[in-house]
Ligand binder design. Structure first.
Ligand code: ADP
Length: 404
């Protein structure tokens, strides 16, 4: 049943340093229950602050200068809703909630100040999220605003999973612990798996792979994250489009010393010039790499093999963490679309009860589908994520006072 009573129009806002993504949703608790809330429109703006911003909406592309996030959000809101007063709430993606925020929170001046105090932990992301937050509060002042944190879902990690082996005083002083990211996406696919199966959340154990440009994997037990691959920053864990993922800290010190790199230069090397891109010396785009592999490109092959091998190692590790699991779930641009990658990560894992059905897997591109064999002890699923939808739903639940 998709009732329209008590429905809300929620604007989901995701701001980067020069980009603004706004999606308008109509949602309600009933619609969430029936998985039938809908997107009314979306606007993606890039190159904010440059000579010409690129504005994409409903298949059209226009260009015009947009000085800052305020101008961009103002345009997005006017494009999405001729009557902005109809927007009931705005949900903001905020990358880092530190240890302070373990759930979405309605934003007032005090919360905005707390988010600002966390900029130290996410210097590349939180300041940009804050710009969007301030701009949207100015453009849509009548609406209620909610912050939805990438880190929140992982606040349930036990201390043994989130500490690094560092001196106590050092890690406490610098809040140096594993936080995890992509939380909204992991939580959404775990929730959706339970919804599809009619389970209560406490009934299942899942390993959820979010494989996009950034990649992470989580162990989820009873609806709670108990371990995840990203750490203090989104650099740790799986190999990603341009990020190295796990690397010996000793290797980092060695390169810095030998090549005389500053911290900023090493940061750029690890975050922007490594991963699939660095290894293949060709591309960070999985489509391009798979194409190159099919034409015998050796470095692309190495990059893709290393990507799958790392993911497979985490799968094994989280199988041990959870003492077995009910399902492995793939989401994100690669997870949803790249059947050969899913197959390579899960191949020859019959001893763990994981058996992919190759034809189901090959047929599943960007759609919700079970891709394991019926006799597989562990199910394997593709569940497309939609971070905008997750933000809109979290905003609704927060304002309705529903705690999960
Ligand atoms: P972001 O993390 O920026 O949101 P996405 O989740 O959109 O990124 O994932 C981008 C990745 O998904 C890219 O590596 C892209 O090549 C990959 N991808 C998208 N479609 C396909 C496809 N059909 N086959 C293989 N990879 C794909």
């Amino acid at each position: 049943m998709c009732g329209r009573i008590l429905s809300m129009k929620v604007l989901a806002v995701n701001c980067g340093s020069s980009s603004v993504k706004c999606q308008l949703f109509e949602t309600s608790l009933e619609a969430v229950q029936g998985n039938c809330d809908r997107q009314l429109g979306r606007v993606l703006i890039e190159h904010v602050g440059a000579a010409e911003a690129v504005i994409r909406s409903d298949g059209t592309e226009t260009r015009r200068p947009l000085a800052d996030h305020l101008a961009a959000i103002d345009l997005a809101v006017k494009t999405l809703s001729p009557r902005p007063r109809e927007i009931d709430a705005v949900g903001h993606r905020v990358v880092h909630g530190g240890e302070r925020f373990s759930a979405p929170v309605e934003i007032d001046d005090a919360v905005a100040a707390e988010i600002e105090s966390l900029c130290d932990l996410a210097p590349l992301h939180n300041p940009e999220n804050l710009k969007g937050l301030r701009a949207a509060r100015a453009v849509v002042p009548h609406a209620r605003h909610v912050a939805v944190f990438d880190t929140a879902f992982h606040q349930t990690l036990p201390p043994k999973a989130y500490v690094y082996g560092l001196p106590d005083a050092v890690w406490r002083r610098h809040r140096l612990r594993r936080y995890g990211f992509h939380g909204s996406s992991h939580r959404y696919v775990a929730w959706r798996y339970a919804q599809i199966h009619g389970f209560a959340r406490q009934d299942y154990k899942l390993i959820t792979f979010h494989l996009g440009n950034g990649c992470s994997v989580s162990a989820v037990e009873g609806g709670k994250s108990v371990d995840t691959s990203m750490g203090f920053t989104p650099l740790e864990g799986l190999l990603m489009g341009t990020r190295s993922g796990d690397i010996d800290a000793g290797a980092v010190l060695h390169v810095m010393t030998k090549e005389g790199l500053t911290a900023a230069e090493m940061d750029a090397l690890l975050n922007r010039r490594s991963g699939l891109y660095g290894l293949s010396m060709a591309s960070n785009d999985m489509r391009t790499l798979l194409d190159l592999c099919s034409r015998g490109h050796a470095s692309a092959r190495l990059a893709v093999d290393a990507f799958c091998y790392r993911a497979r190692k985490y799968l094994g590790a989280y199988f041990a963490v959870l003492d077995g699991c009910d399902a492995v779930i793939f989401t994100g641009g690669i997870g949803e679309n790249a059947a050969p990658i899913r197959a390579a990560i899960c191949e020859s894992l019959g001893s763990l009860g994981i058996r992919v059905d190759l034809s189901r897997n090959a047929a599943a591109t960007g759609v919700e589908a079970k891709v394991s064999q019926d006799r597989s002890g562990v199910e394997v699923w593709v569940i497309p994520t939609d971070e905008g939808l997750v933000i809109a739903r979290d905003t609704l639940r927060c304002l309705e006072g529903i705690v999960e």
